[in-house]
Structure formats: C-alpha cells, structure tokens
Design a protein around this ligand. Structure first.
Ligand SMILES: Nc1ncnc2c1ncn2[C@@H]1O[C@H](COP(=O)(O)OP(=O)(O)OP(=O)(O)O)[C@@H](O)[C@H]1O
Length: 293
C-alpha cells in the first residue's frame, strides 16, 4: 500500500539527519511494530508518513490515495470542549455521516471506554483518560493506514488492553497499522513484523515468526556464578553474558543445552532458578540494540 524509498529527513538547522535512507514497504492489513530508543527517529518517521513534514530526500510511494488515521504522542484535542463535542467535531472533520458516523463513534467510544466521560471537559480528564480520548479521536478516521505513537503511555492496564483490542479489530478489518511503543509485550501481541530504528537508520526488519528458533538459557545462583561454568561456556564458544548472579546464554541448541545440564547437575552450589525458553522480543531487542529500550 505504501513504499518508502531512500527517505531522508533533517530538521531545519540540525547538523545531521534525523532519518537516513529508510526503505521498506507496508502491505495492506499488516501491523508493524516500530521500535527504537529515545531519539531513534520513530516520531519523525510517523510524521513523514502522515505528511506533517516533507522528506529532505527520497519518496513516499502510495499505491492509492493516502488515507491516514494518526494518534499522535502529543495530545490533539480541544481542552475546553467536552469529550463528546471533541468526538463530533472530529467526525465532522472526517466528513463522517449517517450510519458510518454512528458506527465509527460507537467503536471509538467503546475502545477508549469513554461512555461515562462524554460530558466532561477534555481538559478536566485525568492524564490517562486524556490519552484514551486522543486515541478515540484518531481511530474515528475512515482511514486505511493508522499510525499510533506511544498511545498507551500512562494508561492503566485494563484500559490499555481495550486499546490493544481495538487495534487488533482494526487489523482484522484489513487496515494497516504502524505502532510505536517502548512496551515490547504490547508489540508482541499485535504486530507480525518489527522494524528497529537506531540513530535514524533501520537496524532490523523482521517478521516475528522468524525470530531465532534457538532458545536462551538463564541460570541464577544466590551468590556468584560458579567459575567452572563460565570456563565451560568459553570453551564451547557460547554466546553468553554474566549479570550479577545470573548467566544468560543466547541461541543455545538442544545438544548444547544437554551438555550444560550435565555439568550444572555436578556443580555446587546448585542454581536457584533455570529458564530455558525462546527469547522474548524484549531479550531479542536488548541483544540487537545493545541494551537501550
Ligand atoms: N523539532 C525538532 N527539531 C530538531 N530536531 C528534532 C526535532 N524533533 C526531533 N528532533 C531530533 O530528531 C531525532 C529523532 O527524534 P524523534 O522524536 O523522531 O525520536 P523518537 O524515536 O520518536 O524518540 P522518543 O522515543 O523519545 O519519542 C532526535 O535526535 C531529536 O533530537
């Protein structure tokens, strides 16, 4: 639906590009999780796609007429109007009429759980409630591509799940989504593809199903890692890290796991915890990005 070709962006007066040479395609119905540390360029990329800023170089190639819904990081509503008045104002801006207007309004109100807050002035809502109103106003748009910029920050866990469910529904109805968040379990829930930005460049672009199939082993002791095990990891040329009283061994195959287990069972003191599992998106991210979330 949209192809980003050699996109660059430099803020006026800045000494370097905030984004450089960004290339990827967004397919219809796809949900992309956009990750990166503070300042990596996520909001700048969403602003380019939303056509709020124009690229310094490169192109955005739309297959059809751009049709966008944006839920920005900064709150975008009228504080002096009630939630309901804001919703109707945005519905007017999106030219929503008749049955479609009613349906979109009901969906947005339900997703953001605004039923009991409709008559309150937007400026008098709590921080989390304001985020929910902001979300509702964004998903009102009759769009094909929705951009969500850290929309669950400060939202309580029950409401957060409602927002995520609404995004899943958008995806099921064939909409495309780009979702930025620092909460990786959220991205694991909704996205099938992850793009990691680092200092304005795409560092990783993977389908989540393609995460490495090898497992990570985490072993914890009450006091100190037995030195024999560290030596064994070195001898076997394993990819491992020592953290306080834990040993984390990455991308461990079944035979390596069996060898280690034999050694561990003969080593004292015995570990207090062992976890052998597929790396979560968070572990994978920390490995690739070098530790900054
Ligand atoms: N209005 C601006 N003028 C100049 N530089 C800017 C402006 N906005 C952002 N930048 C710079 O562009 C780079 C990318 O910023 P951006 O806001 O896109 O990062 P981000 O990944 O969204 O970060 P965060 O996770 O903190 O929201 C940063 O180096 C930032 O300092």
């Amino acid at each position: 639906m949209l192809e980003l070709c050699h996109l660059h962006y430099r803020y006026p007066g800045a000494e370097q590009d905030a984004l450089s040479d960004i290339n990827f395609k967004i397919q219809q119905g796809q949900c992309i999780g956009l990750l990166g540390a503070n300042g990596a360029g996520k909001t700048t990329l969403l602003s380019l796609i939303a056509q709020l800023i124009t690229p310094s170089a490169g192109q955005l190639r739309w297959q059809q007429q751009p049709s966008l819904g944006l839920v920005p990081q900064t709150l975008a509503f009228y504080a002096k109007l009630s939630s309901q008045e804001n919703l109707h104002l945005f519905a007017d801006l999106y030219l929503l009429k008749g049955q479609q207007r009613q349906q979109q309004l009901s969906l947005a109100i339900e997703a953001a759980q605004l039923e009991s807050l409709l008559h309150k002035k937007a400026g008098q809502l709590s921080g989390g409630q304001q985020r929910r109103l902001n979300f509702a106003l964004g998903i009102l748009a009759p769009a094909q591509l929705f951009l969500f910029d850290e929309v669950t920050v400060g939202v309580d866990s029950v409401s957060r799940q409602h927002l995520l469910n609404a995004i899943k529904q958008l995806k099921q109805s064939g909409k495309s989504i780009i979702y930025t968040s620092h909460y990786l379990p959220e991205i694991e829930q909704i996205a099938e593809r992850v793009i990691l930005l680092n200092a304005g460049k795409v560092q990783l672009d993977i389908a989540l199903a393609e995460q490495p199939s090898a497992h990570n082993l985490v072993i914890e002791w009450v006091s100190g890692i037995p030195i024999e095990l560290v030596k064994l990891c070195q001898q076997q040329q394993l990819d491992f890290q020592q953290q306080h009283n834990s040993l984390i061994i990455h991308a461990l195959t079944q035979p390596q796991w069996a060898t280690l287990l034999t050694h561990i069972s003969h080593t004292t003191p015995a570990p207090t915890r062992m976890n052998y599992s597929k790396p979560s998106l968070e572990q994978l991210y920390l490995q690739v990005s070098g530790g900054q979330l």
